[in-house]
Design a protein around this ligand. Structure first.
Ligand code: NAP
Length: 543
């Protein structure tokens, strides 16, 4: 083995400075770091050579770092079971959940240095938010991070993964895979762009992420695009409290905050509302085509620049007064104004079998459940924009789709009807669903022709119900807000309800129920609220 002086001899002045700096960091490390490197001498490729060279030279910088090198056929490999070479293990006695397949060269040297410091100092320095997310993980995760020595973004993602595996060795294992050293593996995972992260063989992140987003993606097992930290405060004062984080609420948030109002949004379910479950949006101006969830991500990311969002929090009570009290499942909001942007929830058919088989073939969300029925038969119920959009989406996924509609014409937009006829998806007209049958899952659907009264049963594996939405008004009614005979929140042209300081916007008001109209009405409502708070109409009336 070379000694330190020998390894330093060829260095430039900058090289000496870097080595001196690293030595001073490594010297203070309280813990020993034990590196085990497996290589394959008979396959003395550049990656095996490079791994040996770089790891040797770094390990020689500090007595705390020890390096043991073995041939992959050595008996030591029997315990750790490296599959590819070079394979590096760090403190495998405690962390045999972490393995690195590749040479820590180029940009990847940074990852190795970060790892040595993490293990040597015995801390990951993750943020409290990341720690909380990791603590919430309660099942095994095997992470694969694909990296490349030429990728400057890769160390960030590899270090995120190292932090996760270091913090939760009980549940999280990690493989860092260099795509240049392991081209076959890269090919298998189509890892043509890096960094790319899989957890349990599922792609959960593309590109580098901030630490909290990485942890959240790992927890949720799908790529997350925004992170909203939790707040412990029991009481929050705001000029405007928006109930509902769909397009209307998010837009109102942006407009309210930009008018100077201290604005917060409470959302009990998923941000984006129905839009989050919309497969494809083709009529949002300026964007030819975008997935509903992707549009939600854009809206939420934009809104977060201005407002505080309280996700997973339900508004339970709204008590009007000079200060309007909004009592949520978590805290109290003292508001000068409140906007109901509670949207609408899907309508049910109310036929036998629907509730019992819900989640077992009966679905209200093709985006969520569609992929499960690839190659299978699905019936879509409805004749509006949702039914046709979802039928086209499922057809694209390879589901064998049929639509059943209770009238003899569809009510969906002309363009969608045109797309439908091009697709060749069959439509059964003037027919209703009588019953959905099946033991543990949907097996058969009984239909009745409204003109002839003929009843027939057909085999289906899934029933997607897309028959419109009912406005979510229970809290509004409980708060004393008047509704229209159709069940929507009653409001004037300024989106004012019958209670001073309380407003509405979006699908809860009825109307066209388009994303763009919801967003437009959200902006109108926020501007009205701003004007009214400056110059309250209810005070003028009193005078
Ligand atoms: P919708 O327009 O209200 O249509 C609901 C459909 O379900 C109608 O065809 C209706 O039949 C049928 N239906 C209602 N109750 C039924 C029952 N009990 N049994 C059988 N069929 C029943 O609802 P939607 O399609 O969900 O759309 C909601 C709103 O979102 C609309 O304003 C729509 O324009 C909008 N949206 C827009 C887009 C887009 O622009 N791309 C996409 C999705 C939704 P009838 O025709 O007999 O009433």
């Amino acid at each position: 083995m070379n000694n330190i002086k020998d390894s330093d001899a060829h260095l430039s002045r900058e090289g000496h400075e870097v080595h001196a700096h690293l030595k001073s960091i490594f010297e203070k490390m309280p813990n020993d770091v034990n590196l085990i490197l497996f290589t394959r001498p008979e396959k003395n490729d550049i990656f095996n050579q490079a791994a040996r060279k770089v790891i040797r030279s770094i390990s020689q910088l500090a007595p705390k770092i020890t390096l043991h090198e073995y041939d992959i056929n050595h008996k030591e490999a029997k315990g750790l079971k490296p599959i590819y070479t070079p394979a590096l293990f760090i403190n495998p006695d405690r962390y045999n959940n972490i393995r690195w397949y590749g040479a820590p060269i180029g940009e990847e040297t940074r990852t190795l240095l970060e790892a040595l410091i993490m293990f040597g100092y015995g801390e990951t320095r993750i943020s409290p938010d990341s720690k909380k997310i990791l603590e919430g993980i309660n099942s095994f995760r095997n992470i694969k991070v694909f990296v490349s020595p030429t990728c400057p973004y890769c160390p960030q993602q590899a270090v995120n993964a190292l932090k996760a595996a270091y913090e939760r060795p009980d549940l999280i294992s990690l493989e860092i895979i260099d795509i240049q050293a392991n081209p076959e593996l890269a090919d298998k995972y189509s890892a043509q762009s890096v960094p790319r992260v899989y957890a349990d063989e599922k792609l959960i992140a593309l590109g580098a992420q901030p630490e909290e987003l990485f942890m959240l993606s790992l927890e949720k097992m799908e790529q997350q695009t925004f992170f909203i930290p939790e707040t412990d405060s029991k009481e929050v004062d705001a000029d405007l409290v928006i109930i509902g984080g769909g397009p209307a609420g998010l837009t109102a948030g942006i407009y309210g905050a930009r008018s100077g109002l201290n604005t917060v949004i409470i959302e009990k379910n998923i941000l984006g509302g129905q839009l989050a479950n919309t497969p494809i949006v083709e009529n949002y101006p300026g964007i030819n085509q975008i997935g509903g969830k992707a549009l939600v991500d854009l809206l939420v990311t934009h809104a977060l620049e201005y407002v505080k969002i309280f996700p997973g929090e339900e508004a339970l009570e709204v008590i009007s007064g000079d200060v309007i009290k909004v009592i949520s499942s978590r805290r109290l909001f003292n508001a000068r104004s409140v906007l109901f942007a509670t949207g609408a929830e899907y309508r049910r058919l109310d036929v036998p079998g629907e509730s019992r088989l819900s989640g077992h073939g009966v679905s209200y969300c093709s985006t969520c459940d569609g992929p499960l029925f690839k190659g299978k038969r699905a019936l879509i119920v409805g004749g509006g924009d949702s039914a046709v959009t979802e039928a086209l989406h499922l057809d694209n996924l390879g589901v064998d789709v049929t639509i059943v509609h209770r009238r003899d014409t569809l009510r969906a937009q002309k363009q969608l009807v045109l797309n439908l006829s091009t697709s060749g998806i069959p439509v059964i007209y003037s027919t209703e669903v009588n019953e959905i049958r099946g033991k543990d899952r949907v097996e058969e659907v009984e239909l009745i022709n409204k003109n002839t009264g003929v009843i027939s049963a057909f085999r289906f594996d899934a029933v997607f119900i897309s028959i419109g939405y009912n406005p979510v008004v229970a809290l509004a009614i409980k708060s004393g807000i008047e509704t229209t005979p159709e069940g929507y929140v009653k409001h004037d042209d300024h989106h004012r309800t019958n209670i001073p300081g309380i407003y509405s916007a979006g699908d809860v008001e009825g109307g066209y129920k388009q994303i763009v109209t919801a967003a437009g009405h959200g902006s109108e409502a926020a501007l009205s609220i701003f004007e009214d708070l400056v110059n309250p109409y209810w005070k003028k009336e009193v005078l």
